[in-house]
Design a protein around this ligand. Structure first.
Ligand code: NAD
Length: 274
């Protein structure tokens, strides 16, 4: 069922300080929404909020008490949260020590599996726990979780990212199944490559090639394009939002013959190693 941006008065966007999150904040503000820009980087949140006449909140989404506090603060100081967009995410890449290693290949962290699990998955559970009871009382609301095409297919070179994004898709499916009858609208977003810092590109980049994916990944989109697709499809009431059309074909190939798909991915991986 189609909705109008007018239904959305207050929207929280996590990871709103950069990349896709920032583009979502800008688009929603253009639609007349009061946007809460929530980010672990308080300065980045402040900059975006100032640009769009929004509200900045510094928060680590992997910390449940902090997420509860964020929602309580927004509800009391800004207004009832109509939509919570869990967009903040991290990717560390496989280190030379391999896909099962705790080490991150791109950035040094003590245990990339633990951090990826917390930020890419548990943050979405914490947000849902904090906001869904309030939405149920109001008989409506939206939960939008940003996962990845890596959560449907696989990200060669980042096992922790692929695994946690699959979990994000699984969790969001459960939300849609369990709360859809209660008026809670749920969407999961599964983009392929987007020109942001996450894939090693410049912040707010206009480039459509480069990054870690480079030419190996077809069709790098700009964050602003992706944000427009996401908001339009959320308002159309779509559950699964695929910003890159080719992902539909890849999913069909995977589900049509899983073993053949694994073989194809192994071949692709070998070609990347050359
Ligand atoms: N860029 C891509 O190619 C791509 C593709 C598919 C999915 N995604 C997903 O899109 C989402 C946004 O990523 P992006 O590409 O814009 O990356 P980005 O690095 O540009 O932005 C991520 C934002 O999340 C914030 N953040 C990170 N950890 C946080 C934490 N613990 N608490 C609060 N904020 C935190 C960062 O400060 C940053 O502002 C992520 O979930 C990512 O996995 C990105």
């Amino acid at each position: 069922m189609n909705s109008s941006p007018k239904e959305l008065q207050v929207v929280i966007v996590t990871g709103g300080g950069h990349g896709i999150g920032r583009a979502l904040c800008r688009r929603l503000a253009r639609d007349g929404v009061k946007v809460v820009v929530a980010d672990i980087e308080g300065d980045a949140a402040e900059t975006v909020a100032a640009e769009i006449d929004g509200v900045a909140m510094q928060v680590d989404v992997g910390d449940e008490p902090a997420v509860i506090q964020l929602v309580e603060k927004v509800e009391s100081e800004v207004g009832p949260v109509n939509m919570f967009i869990s967009n903040a995410g991290v990717a560390y890449g496989d280190a030379d020590s391999g896909s099962i290693s705790a080490e991150g290949g791109l950035n040094p962290v003590a245990d990339r599996w633990a951090i990826s699990w917390n930020v890419n998955v548990m943050s979405q559970v914490y947000a849902a726990r904090a906001v869904i009871p309030k939405m149920l009382q109001r008989q409506g609301g939206y939960i939008v979780n940003i996962a990845s095409a890596a959560g449907l297919l696989s990200q060669i070179g980042d096992a922790a990212y692929s695994t946690t994004k699959h979990a994000s898709v699984g969790f969001t499916e459960s939300l849609a199944i369990n709360y859809g009858d209660d008026g809670i609208k749920v969407s999961v977003v599964c983009p392929q490559a987007v020109a942001t810092r996450l894939i090693g590109m410049e912040d707010d980049s206009d480039a459509t090639e480069g990054g870690f994916g480079g030419n190996e990944v077809d069709g790098i989109l700009k964050a602003e394009e992706v944000a427009d697709i996401i908001v339009d499809q959320v308002l159309e009431g779509r559950f699964m939002i695929l910003t890159h059309p080719q992902v539909t074909t890849y999913i069909q190939r995977k589900s049509g013959d899983y073993d053949r798909w694994i073989g194809g991915m192994r071949k692709f991986r070998r070609s990347l190693a050359k």
